[in-house]
Design a protein around this ligand. Structure first.
Ligand code: GDP
Ligand code: MG
Length: 399
């Protein structure tokens, strides 16, 4: 009797597990939207949720800058007046070749996208099913429908011409096509030369939690490493902590931070930051803004106002939109809304270290027609790299 019950239990468990497997693989198959779902991507930003937090709950205790990356010896050396002692100024890492140094951070995307594609293309018979898997791989990595279809068509053509395929040939071919998809011709310099001869003005925008303040801080380090003097404008006036966070980044590299009263007017902080930047003959002013806005109209009013007020001094040289690479399609919707509000001149894709969806680089550039200029590959102070299509693709498909 007992044995019978045991047998039934085992049978139920086995059937359940098999069922799970089947459902699992079906679900996997359904994951990438079919080509007919393309309108999704171009659908109007019906409810863009601009005021929303990015996916993970951002109100959780967040690691602060100090907790994240202070190397051992960099704490302020207290000599006589402990509270006012300035922290030791750090010398940031040089920016050249950063992406190459940080390429291991792309390992998730590398495994999902680069290695996945190479393995598929190395199959002896490239039948319809295999090509469908290639498509699925690209869609799952957030490359986007249109670019995926284009790439697969190009690959099919070129693989046919190749006839026999050596791994080296395949890698070369895939590399060329991926680089072409990312469009190596786009200008990816972060422009910081103001035509008026005053400081270059860069405004950083994006939804709360995407990494604006962190990126502003990291960018300040990049600029300082390249020999510029930098002024930071803390135009996120929602919380005093936001200005503190920015100021801490500034102090570490010796950049002056201009801030206003909590809940004060962001536009006047931005205006003052540029004013002080001019007075100090700084090379660049970086303006960090708030992303916690509850309606699209609110966002429009506020960012538009910040921009207009700053432009009483001089035109903006860059408006960088910060997008969290882990939020996928949601990030694209955000991108569209921000692009309606201000002229975005460059994209910063953060958190590429935490996702297998490196293909979002392609999708977001297509969406806005604006180049990805910088990528975030970690929380560390020097984990922001200039985006280089060749080095990026090399990192994806490995050596
Ligand atoms: N892993 C990872 N975390 C990042 C990156 N950029 C920013 N973050 C983290 O994202 C969180 C939110 O960043 P923050 O700059 O405060 O976002 P903001 O609200 O847009 O200003 C912080 O914990 C950052 O350390 C990145 O490239 N990689
Ligand atoms: Mg912030």
């Amino acid at each position: 009797m007992d044995i019978l019950i045991l047998a039934v239990v085992i049978a139920v468990v086995v059937v359940g597990a098999l069922g799970g497997l089947i459902v699992g693989s079906r679900r996997k198959k359904q994951l990438p939207p079919p080509p007919s779902a393309a309108p999704d991507i171009t659908a109007p930003p019906a409810e863009p949720h601009v005021g929303d937090e990015a996916e993970t709950p951002r109100e959780e205790p967040r690691r602060t800058v100090e907790e994240v990356d202070l190397p051992d010896g960099s704490a302020p050396v207290v000599v006589e007046e402990p509270p006012t002692e300035a922290p030791a100024i750090e010398i940031p890492e040089p920016t050249a070749g950063r992406l190459v140094r940080l390429r291991a951070r792309l390992s998730r995307s590398q495994n999902a996208l680069g290695k996945g594609l190479l393995t598929l293309l190395s199959r002896e018979h490239l039948d319809e099913d295999t090509w469908e898997e290639v498509e699925d791989t690209l869609l799952t990595a957030d490359v986007g429908v249109q670019p995926t279809l284009e790439l697969v068509e190009r690959l099919r053509e070129r693989v046919k011409v190749l006839g026999t395929r050596t791994p080296a040939e395949l890698r070369g071919l895939l590399r060329e096509e991926l680089v072409a998809l990312i469009d190596p011709g786009m200008d990816r310099t972060v422009h910081t030369e103001n035509e008026t001869g005053g400081p270059g003005i860069v405004m950083v925008v994006g939804v709360n939690g995407t990494g604006k303040t962190t990126t502003t801080g990291k960018l300040a380090r990049v600029l300082v490493a390249d020999g510029n003097t930098v002024v930071l404008g803390a135009a996120d006036t929602f919380r005093a902590a936001a200005a503190d966070q920015l100021e801490t980044w500034g102090e570490r590299v010796g950049a002056h931070t201009v801030r206003g009263p909590e809940a004060g007017d962001p536009a006047s902080v931005a205006f003052d930051a540029v004013k002080e930047g001019k007075e100090m003959a700084a090379d660049v002013v970086l303006i960090d803004t708030a992303g916690r806005l509850h309606t699209k109209t609110g966002l429009m009013d506020e960012l538009g106002k910040v921009k207009r007020v700053v432009e009483k001094h001089a035109p903006l040289d860059e408006v960088l939109l910060v997008l969290d690479a882990t939020t996928g399609q949601n990030g694209l919707v955000q991108a569209r809304v921000f692009a309606e509000v201000v002229d975005i001149t460059g994209i910063v894709l953060t958190k590429l270290d935490g996702t297998a969806k490196g293909g979002i680089v392609v999708a977001v550039q297509r969406e806005l027609g604006v180049p990805v200029k910088l990528i975030g590959l970690g929380e560390g102070a020097d984990d922001l790299a200039p985006f280089e299509p060749d080095a990026f693709v090399d990192a994806l498909i490995g050596e």
